[in-house]
Design a protein around this ligand. Sequence first.
Ligand code: UP5
Length: 190
Amino acid sequence: NTSHEETVIFVLGGPGSGKGTQCPKIVEHFGFTHLCAGELLQAEVESGSENGEMIQNFKKEGKIVPSEVTVKLLQQAMQQSGKKKFLIDGFPRNEENRTAFENIIKIEPDLVLFFDCPEEVLTKRLLSRNQGRVDDNIDTIQKRLKVYFQSTLPVINYYSSKGKVQKIDAQKCIDEVFEDVKSVFSKLKP
Ligand code: UP5
């Protein structure tokens, strides 16, 4: 990023690949501001916003919420944080998300961290999570996986063709995954 002072790292991977588990560890060790798109959308639902019902319905169906909503929430969170190094987790999930971020926020990610994990492992983790999420039932999990393979993988492939993707084997145990994440972050320029 030559024209911006901000650093953005996107954290992508299938549902249950460990994005939400690893990001707080990255924050603790490397001092980024963690923005989880799914959590920002959930907060919007809980705030009783006019978009809340629409967001909740998209989530139940495992569908991707329109970019204008998500990008606005990300933009607000970035501005309000007053910080400059962001770890953006679970976004961009499709090409529309990616281009909306580029056009509105106008920052290219320095890096895309990709948690690669087989489908069976993802399904098993989500089914045993048991935290009352509206989308952790087998029906919605299958829809989320389909959306991931159809819409999010192409975004990862796009960044891969630009040489920005660092792929992590997310099948390993949590601590081993973090060791691999640490080695990626240790090589980043300060
Ligand atoms: N776990 C984690 N790592 C493990 C490991 N290495 N070994 C064994 N177990 C491991 O982990 C999931 C579970 O697995 C946990 O129980 C954990 O302990 C265990 P987690 O870290 O939560 O994985 P994560 O990848 O964060 O899974 P999550 O389900 O949160 O990912 P999603 O991408 O599905 O969820 P998100 O909140 O990003 O999105 C939810 C929905 O919001 C989407 O489906 C969509 O409808 C909507 N959304 C948008 O529309 N737009 C957006 O930009 C973002 C979200």
